[in-house]
Write a protein that binds this ligand. Structure first.
Ligand code: GLU
Length: 584
């Protein structure tokens, strides 16, 4: 299959392009011996490029690789693919580390924070230049690769001519002008110091089709590669690095990887990669190409995009404080419907079966994730939630850390309101740790800002008829505070606790129900519903809250009264409100 013809270039010339002390491939083969793992043990890897922040799909691919290694008793390694130095982004590596840390994806072998674990490193491609060079030289000696001096302009001219004549695009066959260039021509260009790349001499011909088996997609057939692809980048670069194609093949061979699980964007490169494995005399590796996450955008679907969608970024999930278990469960369920049917702990513990994965890109859906996450948080104890909110808040909300620390008993009491293992339908109001402050903040005396203004907009919002004048609000507050009966310690007792609000409202002339009030809005300041709304806003700051009796029990009498009375201390309005029209 491979082109066995000797290079038209002499060995002298080829060797002169490389440092004399460059080791032979045999040296690397010996340095990185087969791993001797038991049969069936998979060696997998995740190989991100530090060219920007990590896509959430990357976390998924990494965790699938990790799970497959774990479940088979193999090894999972992390390789940093930084051959594209011009696109290197400062900070990308730190971001990877944060992402892997958050999601608990720990590699058996890697090179992070300057620490290398594993015997198959370096695990950063820019540190492996010498290894690649050995194999490029060998390919050249065997006539399977050659230097190409074509300039950007010359390549553009070739493309233009192909377009004009209807020929297939690419650098191949007769279009590959440096493929069989005579030695003196090469020497002349070298003598002039012209930069060159090294191209692979593709054995692909004509319209040949090739077949292979993908561990997710099954048997696939594709056009063979015919292009003489660049394998070693331009000699202009101080550090001479290969392209992804060569680096992938050399690294996955020498790191003794057994299964490459990677994004589907590489599927069209498989024929080329197989040619390279064959040309180098390496055994081919199994591939599994994972479908990319999609997003519904109006009427159509498109790829979840780093540029357009904040939720494409791993940082989004960390900043919002989504529990990693929930995100993992969600991602697994997306890729594999069978796992979505199982409860979270079982789904995460279930072995990954690549053949169960779909080949169509699943639709990312934040609403679904939030539901999954709320269900998951509802299974945690108050202690666990506080622990995890605090850990998240260390980075994102320092004041909340202090509050949770100094008012831990308040936090625990708050988290027993309609929650906990004994509650039939626990509240599912926490989907992510950043929800804690907006949802539970009002429980904390240090966070809650009592309502001091009786004409606060929140009251007006309760009733557009305007019945809740500052006077009415104050009367409700005053009456509630004076007659306040705290809930008893037994949560099942005093089912009629709320009656105190009802009778207060009635005594202040509120309608018994909404219907009565609607019939003759001018006759009442509101109905009992509006009156309760005022009390709820005074105590919680919002017209929606967990069960008020339980909230009051958690707050304690002093704090309830402090909140309710705050609105009575508002001197300015007390004076002016006398002038406001009164209800009869
Ligand atoms: N560095 C490649 C990327 O970021 C990795 C592809 C692979 O897993 O082989 O897409």
């Amino acid at each position: 299959m491979t082109v066995a013809a000797a290079s038209p270039l002499s060995r002298d010339l080829i060797d002169s392009l490389f440092p004399p002390a460059l080791p032979e491939p045999a040296h690397w083969e010996e340095r990185y011996p087969p791993r001797g793992l038991p049969a069936g043990a998979e060696v997998t890897r995740f190989a991100p490029s530090p060219t920007g922040w990590l896509h959430i799909g990357g976390i998924f691919t990494a965790s699938v690789n990790l799970a497959i290694a774990r479940q088979s008793g193999g090894t999972y390694l992390l390789r940093v693919e930084d051959t594209d130095q011009s696109r290197f982004e400062e900070g990308a590596l730190a971001q990877f580390e944060a992402g892997f840390g958050y999601f608990g994806i720990r590699a058996d072998e890697s090179e992070l924070e300057g620490i290398t674990t594993g015997n198959y490193g370096p695990y950063v491609q820019s540190e492996r230049a010498q290894i690649y060079a050995s194999y490029v030289r060998e390919l050249m000696r065997q006539g399977k690769a050659y230097p190409c001096f074509a300039t950007r302009e010359e390549l553009a001219q070739i493309t233009a001519r192909q377009k004009a004549t209807g020929a297939l695009p690419g650098y191949y066959g007769d279009w590959a002008v440096w493929r069989d260039a005579p030695e003196d021509q090469v020497r002349a260009r070298l003598a002039d110091g012209d930069p060159y790349v090294v191209r692979f001499r593709s054995p692909g011909v004509g319209a040949r089709r090739v077949s292979y088996t993908d561990a997710i997609r099954g048997e696939l057939t594709a056009d063979d590669n015919r292009n003489d692809v660049v394998i070693l980048k331009s000699s202009e670069n101080a550090l001479r690095l290969p392209t992804y194609h060569l680096a992938h093949v050399v690294d996955d061979h020498l790191m003794r990887v057994t299964l490459v699980v990677r994004g589907e964007e590489w599927i069209s490169s498989v024929p080329l990669h197989h040619q390279l494995f064959d040309a180098l005399g390496f055994e081919r590796i199994r591939y599994a190409h994972i479908a990319q996450l999609m997003k519904q955008d109006g009427g159509s679907r498109r790829k979840l995009s780093k540029r357009k969608d904040p939720e494409a970024s791993v940082a989004y999930y960390i900043e919002q404080g989504f529990p990693p278990e929930a995100v993992q469960y969600y991602l697994r369920g997306l890729a594999n419907g069978r796992l979505a049917e199982l409860p979270l702990p079982e789904a995460l513990a279930a072995p990954i079966r690549l053949e169960d994965f779909g080949s169509a890109g699943p639709l990312a859906d934040l609403v679904k994730l939030e539901d999954i996450s709320a269900d998951y948080v509802a299974t945690l104890s108050g202690e666990e939630i506080i622990e995890r909110v605090s850990a998240w808040a260390q980075t994102y909300d320092q004041n909340l850390v202090k509050t949770l620390d100094t008012e831990r008993s308040v936090a625990l009491a708050a988290l027993t309101v309609e929650r906990g293992p004994l509650v039939q339908n626990p509240r599912k109001d926490l989907r992510k740790w950043s929800d804690f402050r907006p949802v539970y903040g009002f429980f904390f005396p240090s966070v809650f800002e009592p309502v001091t203004d009786p004409s606060d907009e929140r009251f007006a919002d309760l009733d557009p008829n305007g019945g809740l004048t500052p006077d009415v609000v104050r009367s409700l507050a005053d009456g509630f505070a004076k007659g306040y009966v705290p809930p008893s310690a037994d949560p099942d007792a005093d089912a009629d606790w709320f009656d105190q609000v009802r009778s207060l409202a009635t005594s202040l002339g509120f309608a018994k129900n909404k219907k009565l009030y609607k019939k003759d809005p001018g006759a009442y300041p509101g109905s009992i519903a509006e009156a309760s709304g005022v009390i709820r806003i005074l105590i919680t700051g919002s017209k929606q809250s967990p069960d008020l009796k339980q909230v009051c029990a958690a707050l304690g009498t002093d704090e309830v009264l402090r909140r309710v009375r705050a609105v009575l201390l508002h001197a300015a309005h007390r004076a002016s409100s006398a002038a406001l029209p009164r209800h009869r």
